[in-house]
Design a protein around this ligand. Structure first.
Ligand code: SF4
Length: 490
């Protein structure tokens, strides 16, 4: 995440990635629009408002709802654990798996487990940890990390996956999608049969019943949570909602926004372990409630809204930056617009200083977000924090309070002092305009200011950076005042 600009440049040169991302933007975007249309624009907007109101009300009394959830979950036999940070959560889960003599654990897709790098901790402790979501399994055998919240292997083309399976599983180099899926199924079924522990994420947890819900399309989460004797669920503390009926709101929004489905193929509701020894299902259900920096978000209204996110991924699919560079360039488990606001808050602004700037602020993310998170507003807030902490994007150093500001800051201050002087008087402003129009003759071509290089680029580096990938409009031949006077005279 500290090298986003360099990662992004590399990603832009990757033709296969470009093809995969173009494909994603087209297919998922179209599916989402079709699915949303089935509800109708007014009802859709009303649902978004309702969902956000539920989230706001919950976050305002998060402690109360979490305690209610814990009471009701424990009353139904679920064992609840609290984890302050990633390390505590990993130790807890690894400890539970080891205590049950596990050698193999199966995992269903969970971004929270990616956030705490649970797979590494389990493998490091000698356990075999198998991802069972097809996309997650593909990135696992490729030795990579997911590049999308919902579609982990979206950065790969079908041909790339066929090559990978050929190397790792021995399928034909030109195997089609059906053959690839069948090969994956064979490996994963064995893992399900062997696993002593299943680990899942959580989409929503209902305070009034102690139930939690997992949404998925492949049936792997249902197998993960029902075949092994022990099920451990990992959940960020923001996933709790007050009432069972609230699920009706989110179930209309999440699948439509995420994959363009009316409803996911499976919805698994879990309220404690099995009560009858002869019934199917786990003998023990554990849930780990993870903070890992989330409670810090609660202190300010602007950052609190990040906790309303339901991880649908819609903001990634419409973001022009994500569509161009993909998820790995962000260097974070959470990529795209929501990643650019969550990651700096989770890992500290010093480690993710570039991410709030990885946006054109076009506002497409805010338009599609089913819970109306003002992502551009959050990005601006984080940008101001980067500047206030004295950490210039690209400077690579945090300024020690009281020390001399680094070079780019001084240049910026001089530039703004000059600007303030120029705009402080109408004559000065008019003269600056005339000088600007004269000067731009050196760089304007065909009515546009294109790439600014050479001496001028070196004298004013921001000018060169700005025009490296886009044209700028030159100043008009006459200023508004000059034009106004001219027309009046006429
Ligand atoms: S910020 Fe909104 S659009 Fe983006 S993943 Fe979260 S809920 Fe979905």
């Amino acid at each position: 995440m500290e090298s986003f600009p360099a990662n992004a440049r590399d990603a832009l040169r990757d033709a296969e990635l470009g093809r995969a991302l173009d494909n994603m933007a087209e297919t998922i975007g179209q599916r989402r629009r079709t699915a949303v249309a089935t509800i109708g624009p007014e009802s859709w907007e009303a649902l978004r408002t309702h969902a956000r109101a539920i989230k706001d009300a919950t976050l305002a009394r998060l402690d109360v709802y979490l305690e209610e959830f814990v009471r009701n979950a424990e009353a139904r036999g679920t064992k609840v654990h609290w984890a302050r940070d990633a390390n505590e959560a990993c130790e807890l889960i690894a400890g539970l798996a080891e205590a049950h003599g596990a050698r193999t654990v199966v995992k269903s897709k969970s971004m929270t487990s990616e956030e705490i790098r649970l797979g590494d901790r389990l493998e490091g402790g000698g356990l075999r940890s198998v991802e069972t979501d097809l996309g997650e399994w593909i990135v696992q055998i490729a030795g990579e990390v997911p590049s999308h919240i919902i579609v982990p292997a979206i950065h790969k083309t079908k041909e790339g996956i066929a090559r990978l399976f050929h190397d790792k599983v021995g399928t034909a180099a030109d195997a089609d999608a059906e053959a690839l899926t069948a090969a994956a199924r064979e490996v994963l079924r064995d893992a399900f049969a062997e696993a002593e522990v299943g680990i899942s994420g959580v989409n929503f947890a209902v305070a009034e019943t102690g139930t939690f819900l997992i949404l998925e399309n492949e049936g792997n989460a249902r197998l993960t949570t029902s075949l092994p004797k022990v099920h451990i669920a990992l959940m960020g503390i923001e996933k709790v909602i007050p009432r069972f009926e609230d699920l009706g709101v989110f179930l209309q929004l999440l699948p439509r926004s995420g994959t363009g489905q009316h409803l996911t193929t499976y919805q698994t509701l879990i309220t404690g372990p099995k009560s009858d020894p002869d019934a199917e299902g786990p003998e023990e259900v554990h849930i780990v409630l993870l903070d890992n920096g989330r409670s810090r978000f609660l202190s300010r209204e602007v950052t609190r809204q990040s906790l309303a996110c339901i991880r649908c991924g819609a903001c990634l699919n419409v973001c022009p930056v994500y569509q161009s560079v993909g998820g790995h360039a962000y260097g974070s488990v959470y990529p795209g617009p929501i990643g650019a606001v969550i990651t700096p808050q989770l890992s500290g602004i010093g480690k993710a200083q570039h991410l709030p700037f990885a946006s054109s602020l076009c506002g497409a993310c805010r338009e599609v977000c089913p819970v109306r998170i003002d992502i551009p507003g959050l990005l601006l807030d984080l940008r101001s924090q980067v500047v206030e902490e004295g950490k210039e994007p690209g400077s690579g150093a945090v300024r020690v309070p009281g020390s001399t500001p680094p070079g780019p800051r001084r240049a910026e201050r001089v530039a703004f002092a000059f600007w303030a002087f120029v705009v402080g008087g109408p004559r000065r402003f008019a003269w600056a305009g005339r000088l600007g129009r004269l000067g731009q003759r050196l760089i304007a071509r065909g009515g546009r200011i294109g790439r600014v290089g050479g001496l001028l680029g070196r004298l004013a580096p921001p000018l060169a950076a700005w025009t490296e990938a886009r044209d700028a409009r030159p100043l008009a031949r006459r200023s508004f005042r000059e034009e106004f006077r001219r027309r009046q005279g006429r």
